[in-house]
Write a protein that binds this ligand. Structure first.
Ligand code: NI
Length: 164
């Protein structure tokens, strides 16, 4: 079973590699990620957060169908932005209000290897943007002004990780 990785684990700070083949191994990883996400009571989880430097994430927002996004690309973002609070399972206990586009249009592959596009707004749009950042080694606090980011980083204490 995969385990959560925590900042400052190296895997969270690098760009992840594309998934080359959507096979049984990838489907197993996705299933395990949904289990970890449910246990942690999160809304989204990217593969680097379980120690796999691969371009895939899962999203499970209340009242929405849980979904896996493999090799995702954001096609379009709305001009309108919204301010929402974000946290991250890999940076437990830290939260910040961030301004991001209110809606996105994303293209990805599902676990059957089929491409799909999805228009999302509200919480789903926010989670998609946060998780896609993880695939590029970007954490939510990287969007904050330097002073605010440093304040959070100073306050942060990593939990005991099985990987450390
Ligand atoms: Ni996160």
């Amino acid at each position: 079973m995969v385990e959560l990785t925590y900042y400052p684990d190296d895997v969270l700070l690098h760009k992840a590699a594309p998934v080359e083949q959507i096979n049984a191994e990838v489907r197993d990883l996705v299933n395990e990620m949904f289990v970890v996400l449910r246990e942690a009571q999160g809304l989204g989880l990217a593969a680097p957060q379980v120690g796999r430097s691969l371009r895939l994430f899962v999203v499970s927002v209340p009242a929405e169908e849980p979904r896996a996004f493999i090799n995702p690309e954001i096609l379009e973002t709305s001009v309108e932005e919204v301010l929402l609070e974000e946290g991250c399972l890999s940076i437990p206990g830290m939260y910040a209000n961030l301004q991001r586009p209110a809606a996105v249009r994303v293209q990805a592959y599902n676990t059957a290897g089929k491409p799909f596009t999805l228009g999302a707004e509200g919480m789903v749009a926010r989670v998609i943007q946060h998780e896609l950042d993880h695939l590029n080694g970007v954490l939510f606090w990287d969007h904050l002004p330097e002073r605010r980011r440093e304040r959070l980083q100073k306050k942060y204490r990593a939990p005991q990780s099985v990987r450390s």
